[in-house]
Design a protein around this ligand. Sequence first.
Ligand code: AMP
Length: 472
Amino acid sequence: MNIDHSDNTPLDAAQPALASTQAVALTPVLAEASTPEPVQEQTGLSFAQLGLNTELQSSAAQAGFTAPTPVQVEAIGHVLNGRDVLATAQTGSGKTAAYVLPVLQLLMATATSRDEAPKKRITQVLVLVPTRELATQVSDVLRDLARPLTQSIKVGTVFGGVSINPQMMSLRSGADVVVATPGRLLDIVDHNALNLGQVQHLVLDEADRLLDLGFAEELHRILALLPAKRQNLLFSATFEPAVQTLAEALLHNPERITIAQTQEHTPDIAQRAISVDEKSRTALLRHLIKTHAWKRVLVFVATRYACEHVANKLYKAGVFATAFHGEMSQGARQDVLAEFKEDRWEVVVTTDLAARGIDIAQLPVVVNYDLPRSATDYTHRIGRTGRAGASGEAVSFVTAATLAHWQLIQKRQKIQLPVEVLEGFEPTEVPPPMSPLNDGTGGIKGKRPSKKDKLRAAAAATKAERPEPPSE
Ligand code: AMP
């Protein structure tokens, strides 16, 4: 658990209790001198026009946010007005700041000045996230944006996979905002180390993944611990039926925000497919790293074992490569991420699960060493690059055995890339013969064998088990 201990600066008493979109007229005078001119880009609006006070405008500017992104334009005013919000927005759209900025402004209305920090803080904001990585990232955004404020706002972060005791200790003086994964949050509540009875604002971030990862039961237990009267904000990349059901149960007359991936906001990612023999993939990867002078590459493989294996092979060949997967301790994973961001690793080899939630602003290249299982995972993987307006490159290795699967991913993605063959890496392998269950879909998620396929497979299996008839 990380608690942001605040320093001492006087509170601006003129802060409005609940800001509206007009609240900018009541903004504190203290920060005015240091507030930079809002830059109007993309959306043509400024944070000031959305109703953010000058202190938060200044915080946003210090974080490098010159103008609001579309999801911020849509969400900030409604959150400030106390409305429930249901937002469909991808990671990379700026969705975290879309709720963090206005929620901080709402908190400022009751927060104490830094020299009057209370002995025990009341948790008013609860942010639920699916993974440890996202918990850390959201907490970092909260702390970065709260740090410059004249008021004292403490952020607590709790997630599983590490010892619970330090997290409980650091919650002893409370936290204004708690960012948590559901399982560990309940453990902490069960130990009486946190009271959720006064939460005013609940945020469900990446709600679809919370449900995907099987947190539905924990969510219901947590909801039962919260006061009935509160503001609810639900952010999700997709709006599948399970999310819809959750939204219906949770939200009251919500504002619906859908940020479509329009051409204008589609990240600038150049996609390539290269045909290669399975056994030559590591050599091809080394070749690409060398010829393109890639300095920071995220490589996706299918299994944890492959993570270690490919990273070791690259490392032995002189590439600074390391593995990042779910079997590593939380500390080790955080170290790898921090070191990757500091350019101490050239290559991080990872799996789909471990890579979820990773936000590395400057990640120029993603390589699919093994193809993803589904078209959705493909989107998710390549979306690790081309973030925050930067351009990126996504390279997929296609082998004879995975060609049919690649065609299916392309079809679902509505893309058709030329499959390149590089000199020195001309493929020689032939595709494996088709079996009734291997119809070329490569076992893609959502493409299950039909009844007929199952019957044929069962018939084939029975035949195989049947003893040979005695020879005449
Ligand atoms: P998110 O969708 O919250 O994961 O944010 C994706 C990235 O966009 C993060 O690296 C943020 O720091 C960055 N970001 C968020 N809001 C803005 C903004 N208004 N201007 C520029 N970058 C932003």
